[in-house]
Design a protein around this ligand. Structure first.
Ligand SMILES: NC(=O)c1ccc[n+]([C@@H]2O[C@H](COP(=O)([O-])OP(=O)(O)OC[C@H]3O[C@@H](n4cnc5c(N)ncnc54)[C@H](O)[C@@H]3O)[C@@H](O)[C@H]2O)c1
Length: 325
């Protein structure tokens, strides 16, 4: 099969490209290197037969159309990513998420190519119930808070994808990723785990935002990539939304402790108010836990790596000079 992976030089995209190549497929990765990096696909993909990297934006309709022409299936992962980027650049976020997805979905529709859309747990917003299930109502904050521009854009991606499925029979699958982690993830856009591990390894204070009692569930990127490929391989997934994540809930204070312990670090743990970390009036949610029964029942999805194993992997990755951003 020939796959097009948008955002293929990004964190998750690079692992997806690698897994598709491992399975004997050919892959074209399209990425504008805004938050992605060539290092993510070098040497994992670049030197391998069947892999092509194109530097460019999915918003270039002619380019995206041409690449979709040459692909059997599209994985659309390109997007504005990272809380600090999203909060500070809401216009860029909407353009690079909702507008970009429209180009990809239109190109797929014109050629009737199956598309996977990478959405986010952010669409649950502040959440109305726990665990968060795909059919839940969604509770977003007001439009003057940049964070919700991302949630809204991802939600619009979902609406458009499902509308194309219902009205035009376009095969689409939507995956809502919950805190996905692993080597190659950049920390500079506000991702918590790369920052904690690098701070611990340097002996710097581990900086926890807010009071640290907010919770998240972390899943390894290899588990996410495996699920995404399985979902796209079965027509029964078409037209559906799937939560993809772990249900092991940790407070950020607990995460900081785990990082300190696994890294053998004596870094102090410090707290920084949200207003200083992001922007005044920043809204966060206290708990985020997915209901993964749909993906578990349908494809047998089960996260395989514990948080300690993931932290250990990151420690090795950074000690070999990886990432560091
Ligand atoms: N990592 C997570 O925890 C998480 C959680 C929820 C959703 N997601 C979604 O998963 C996808 C991948 O995220 P990631 O964590 O790998 O982040 P990432 O920033 O590493 O990957 C996004 C990639 O898209 C590229 N890109 C952005 N705009 C582009 C454009 N217009 N044209 C071409 N390329 C473009 C970036 O350069 C980057 O390589 C995104 O859609 C993101 O919203 C990730």
């Amino acid at each position: 099969m020939r796959y097009l992976v948008t955002g293929g030089a990004g964190f998750i995209g690079s692992y997806l490209c690698e897994a598709l190549l491992d399975a004997g497929h050919s892959v074209i990765a399209l990425d504008n290197l805004s938050t992605g990096r060539i290092e993510n696909i070098e040497p994992a993909c670049l030197a391998r037969p069947g892999f092509t990297f194109i530097e460019g934006t999915v918003r270039d309709e002619e380019l995206t159309g041409r690449l979709v022409d040459d692909a059997d299936v599209i994985f659309h992962l390109a997007s504005a990513v990272g809380v600090s980027l999203v909060v500070n650049r809401p216009a860029h976020t909407i353009e690079e998420t909702a507008f970009a997805s429209e180009v990809v979905l239109n190109a797929a529709l014109e050629r009737n190519r199956p598309v996977f859309i990478a959405s986010s747990s952010e669409v649950y917003g502040k959440g109305v119930s726990l665990p968060m299930a795909e059919d839940d109502d969604l509770l977003l904050g007001p439009p003057d808070k940049g964070r919700w521009a991302y949630a809204c854009s991802k939600l619009l991606d979902e609406f458009l994808a499902l509308a194309y499925y219902r009205e035009y029979d376009l095969p689409v699958v939507v995956g809502r990723f919950f805190n996905t982690v692993g080597a190659r993830q950049a920390g500079r856009w506000g991702m918590v785990l790369p920052n904690f591990v690098q701070q611990a390894m340097r002996g710097d204070p581990i900086v926890v935002y807010g009071d640290g009692e907010q919770t998240r569930c972390f899943v390894h990127v290899s588990d996410v990539v495996g699920a995404v490929i399985k979902l796209m391989n079965r027509p029964e997934s078409y037209g559906k939304v799937y939560n993809i994540g772990s249900t092991d809930e940790l407070t950020m204070n607990q995460l900081a402790e785990r990082v300190r312990s696994v890294c053998g670090s004596s870094s102090p743990i410090e707290h920084l108010p949200y207003d200083e970390a992001y922007t005044e009036g920043f809204e966060d949610l206290r708990r985020r836990v997915p209901d993964i029964s749909r993906v578990r029942d349908e494809i047998g999805f089960e996260p395989t790596l514990t948080i300690d194993e993931i932290i250990r992997e990151l420690r090795i990755y950074y000690s070999k000079g990886g990432g560091n951003q």
